[in-house]
Design a protein around this ligand. Structure first.
Ligand SMILES: *[C@@H]1O[C@H](CO)[C@@H](O)[C@H](O)[C@H]1NC(C)=O
Ligand SMILES: *[C@@H]1O[C@H](CO)[C@@H](O)[C@H](O)[C@H]1NC(C)=O
Ligand SMILES: *[C@@H]1O[C@H](CO)[C@@H](O)[C@H](O)[C@H]1NC(C)=O
Ligand SMILES: *[C@@H]1O[C@H](CO)[C@@H](O)[C@H](O)[C@H]1NC(C)=O
Ligand SMILES: *[C@@H]1O[C@H](CO)[C@@H](O)[C@H](O)[C@H]1NC(C)=O
Ligand SMILES: *[C@@H]1O[C@H](CO)[C@@H](O)[C@H](O)[C@H]1NC(C)=O
Ligand SMILES: *[C@@H]1O[C@H](CO)[C@@H](O)[C@H](O)[C@H]1NC(C)=O
Ligand SMILES: *[C@@H]1O[C@H](CO)[C@@H](O)[C@H](O)[C@H]1NC(C)=O
Ligand SMILES: *[C@@H]1O[C@H](CO)[C@@H](O)[C@H](O)[C@H]1NC(C)=O
Ligand SMILES: *[C@@H]1O[C@H](CO)[C@@H](O)[C@H](O)[C@H]1NC(C)=O
Ligand SMILES: *[C@@H]1O[C@H](CO)[C@@H](O)[C@H](O)[C@H]1NC(C)=O
Ligand SMILES: *[C@@H]1O[C@H](CO)[C@@H](O)[C@H](O)[C@H]1NC(C)=O
Length: 657
């Protein structure tokens, strides 16, 4: 018999009806599902978290003083799997006077000598999702023509880590949760990534999404009430995360049973076929205003949830989020909880700033069932307006944990998490600069709206740099970053720029045992117009497929500098290879090839400052001749009506991301 995933899923749901599913049954079901090779509807009871018997070795918090054993084991597979793609990639980049193939072969027995690459995708709503998609597509050797001359396909296959924040995490989640699909397939698919229908109306009907708007609203209401009725606190993020899932997750009703931890059960992840996905959110106590210097940055990875910061400084298994624990242990006579880490909820948590969009469901012109309006109103009444952007993680897994050091929420029943960009570190560097992860180079795609014209100006890097100097850094270091005026005045935000090229100039923490060469080189890839204005306001809710695809093409050009065709920058692909190899050269004592030295002179920020106030920043498409006139008009149109589009709430969103 051919066994289908819905068959197994319904089986799983059926025996979940019994009060508690045994761990054995659960494992067996997960095992069966994983044979299907796709992300798993792992939660036994759909969106509603379930109480199950704890496994024989119950979940517990561990100190954040090392990588988890699971990550370490997984890395040995992944690092090995990156060797061949990296060899192919570096060889193709054809660094003059340097034989990359021989270099890799000479060091392939010592994985730690080889480059360790991280990719980071910033927040910025749909703008970040779509521009980031173009960048990721350019890095993916599975995308058509990306292994041609001048192209960067294979960088994704060579990478070890993939971090996303807010809109950037919608991208990471869409790719990984959907069975490590491709951007191309997401563009072709008519059931996901259809942004013509806004999140307020729900998905287009047809395909796997059978609902009309009313069905969509009732489904949002039902799934969230189910969680509420089962005794879990709910927040606006629950509605938001469910709504997002319809756009991002390729499963009926947005896959209410898909969890973040179930990524770890997929065949692609188990084989380490793709980089390690990490989603970022910030801890914020009620009423607190967070800054990069006082936020706790939490990460969700397929194995664990927690923070490296000297606040909670611990991790618990992601799968058991929702389990009531005290001081790191499951309370006596308490069952474990699974299904709390719903994939849409995790994506919603990382982007909770957009909870505000859900509040627009109160708009009286929309035909919303009064029950849904009432339910949303009730959540708001509970929380108060100031905290409607939180995601409520109750019970707080870190309750009573590590009370001598944990100044964050140790006595609180709830752990309240907010959008990862709210501390202004809008590029998710945090998980990638942890010394335990030994990342050598971070490709950082920044789609922030820092300027009044919605372009990035390096602000996120400034925040992360400043944080690295403070007490909160807990051993993390970051290359020197100039002020945002310098970014604009020197054009560092108009093309890829490297930071931290001269490792000996990087300040590390005393006693950390690190040298500057242990701190990653940053390859900053800022959003810039090539064939269209790609500075959509953060609050843009709808984009038709034509415009979506033009933005993706623009992102492709941002990453590749138009496939290495821009005059004066034709060496860009070669210089990407040099950036990848830079720290490895230091470790292996290799003389830097002349071609790389030239790259570093050209692309590295060299310490020059130009801090005077810049003129207003309005870049024009770099490939004027290729830009479609109507698309340019579209871009202009959006800028000129920006003030109209932005409601009071929208302005807040636009200012922050
Ligand atoms: C998941 O992806 C793999 C590799 O592309 C493919 O072989 C498999 O059929 C996919 N599974 C599903 C359920 O789409
Ligand atoms: C490393 O990867 C290669 C394929 O690229 C494979 O043949 C080999 O078995 C792997 N080694 C280990 C130790 O996993
Ligand atoms: C590599 O670059 C050299 C010039 O530096 C050129 O002669 C050669 O054809 C290139 N090889 C490939 C495979 O592109
Ligand atoms: C790849 O290039 C060929 C030839 O130029 C073109 O016909 C095809 O459409 C391209 N494919 C993609 C996915 O860009
Ligand atoms: C969505 O799932 C269907 C069925 O498994 C598959 O054919 C399709 O390629 C998937 N779409 C994406 C974008 O992965
Ligand atoms: C990080 O913080 C924890 C908890 O405060 C502390 O025990 C640890 O020593 C710190 N690590 C570094 C490298 O400073
Ligand atoms: C780590 O791996 C072990 C063995 O495969 C597994 O039992 C455990 O659940 C994993 N832990 C997490 C947090 O995924
Ligand atoms: C967790 O368990 C403790 C002790 O059993 C109990 O007092 C507390 O109310 C529980 N918390 C939640 C959120 O269920
Ligand atoms: C797509 O959207 C743009 C901007 O809103 C609009 O100008 C264009 O006509 C739309 N195209 C289609 C095919 O609807
Ligand atoms: C770059 O290559 C991609 C993929 O082949 C192609 O779609 C795009 O048009 C190219 N861009 C330029 C500016 O040539
Ligand atoms: C450093 O960069 C600035 C501006 O980018 C340039 O004007 C200057 O010549 C460079 N200095 C050196 C020593 O290369
Ligand atoms: C070198 O380090 C100093 C001191 O931290 C800093 O001011 C300067 O900008 C750094 N230069 C570069 C190129 O990073």
């Amino acid at each position: 018999m051919k066994i289908s995933s819905s068959f197994v899923a319904s089986g799983l749901a059926t025996f979940a009806q019994c009060a508690a599913v045994s761990q054995y049954q659960q494992d067996a079901a997960i095992e069966a599902l994983s044979l299907l090779g796709r992300t798993l509807p792992q939660s036994p009871n759909g969106y509603t978290p379930s109480h199950v018997e704890c496994p024989s070795s119950p979940p517990a918090i561990r100190l954040a003083n090392s990588l988890s054993q699971n990550e370490t084991e997984w890395l040995s597979k992944r690092r090995n799997n990156t060797v061949q793609p990296m060899r192919d990639f570096l060889t193709r980049m054809n660094i003059s006077g340097f034989d990359a193939g021989t270099y890799i072969d000479d060091h392939s027995n010592n994985a730690s000598a080889l480059p360790n690459i991280g990719l980071a995708f910033s927040g910025g709503g749909w703008r970040a999702l779509i521009n980031g998609a173009g960048v990721l597509k350019a890095f993916d050797s599975r995308s058509g023509n990306t292994t041609n001359t001048g192209q960067l396909g294979g960088l994704l296959q060579s990478s070890t880590y993939l971090a996303g924040l807010s809109g950037g995490n919608w991208l990471v989640g869409s790719i990984i949760v959907n069975n490590y699909t491709t951007v191309e397939r997401l563009q072709e698919d008519s059931t996901v990534w259809e942004f013509g229908n806004s999140i307020l109306e729900g998905p287009p009907t047809g395909g796997i999404q059978l609902l009309n708007s009313i069905g969509y609203y009732s489904n949002l209401l039902e799934s969230v009430s189910g969680k509420d009725d089962a005794g879990f606190d709910i927040s606006i993020t629950d509605y938001w995360g469910r709504a997002l899932s319809y756009q991002l997750i390729n499963a009926t009703d947005g896959g209410p049973a898909q969890t973040w931890s179930s990524i770890a059960d997929t065949e692609a992840f188990r084989n380490a076929d793709h980089p390690f996905p990490i989603s970022i959110a910030d801890g914020r106590a009620p009423g607190q205003k967070i800054l990069s210097l006082n936020s706790s940055v939490y990460e969700f990875n397929p194995f664990e949830f927690g923070t490296w910061d000297p606040t909670s400084y611990g991790f618990i298994p992601t799968r058991y989020l929702g389990t009531n624990m005290t001081n790191g242990q499951v309370n006596d006579n308490t069952q474990c909880v699974v299904g709390f880490d719903n994939a849409g909820y995790v994506m919603g948590t990382s982007s909770s700033l957009f909870n505000n969009l859900i509040l627009q469901l109160n708009d009286s012109t929309l035909d919303i069932p009064s029950t849904l309006r009432a339910a949303i109103g009730a959540v708001l009444a509970d929380l108060g307006q100031d905290d409607n952007d939180i995601a409520d993680y109750r019970p707080n897994p870190f309750y009573g944990w590590n009370p001598t050091n944990n100044n964050y929420g140790v006595n609180s029943d709830s752990l309240t998490l907010v959008d990862g960009g709210l501390d202004n570190q809008n590029v998710p560097f945090h998980p990638l600069i942890q010394p335990n992860r030994h990342v050598d180079v971070i490709f950082a795609n920044d789609n922030s709206a820092d300027t009044s014209t919605n372009w990035p100006n390096g602000s996120s890097l400034v925040q992360t740099y400043q944080r690295s100097l403070g007490e909160i850094s807990n051993g993390t270091a970051f290359p020197s970053i100039p002020d945002t005026n310098t970014f604009i005045n020197l054009g560092l935000n108009t093309r890829p720029t490297f930071f931290g090229c001269n490792a000996s100039n990087i300040t590390v923490h005393t006693g950390s045992g690190q040298t500057g060469a242990d701190v990653p080189l940053i390859v900053y890839i800022p959003n810039y117009p090539y064939v269209t204005y790609s500075n959509e306001p953060t609050v843009t809710l709808t984009t038709n497929d034509t415009y979506r695809d033009v933005m993706i093409a623009n992102g492709h050009d941002v990453a590749t500098m138009a496939n290495g065709t821009i005059s004066g920058y034709q060496n860009w692909p070669q210089c990407v290879a040099c950036a990848i190899l830079s720290r490895s050269f230091t470790r292996t004592g290799t003389i830097v090839p002349q071609a790389c030295t030239e790259c570093f002179t050209q692309y590295c920020w060299n310490g020059t400052l130009a801090s005077h106030t810049p003129a207003s920043y309005n870049p024009e498409p770099r490939l004027q001749e290729q830009s479609v006139a109507s698309n340019i008009a579209v871009g202009r149109y959006h800028i000129s009506v920006r003030s109209l589009v932005a409601s009071a709430v929208g302005t807040l969103v636009a200012l922050m991301l």
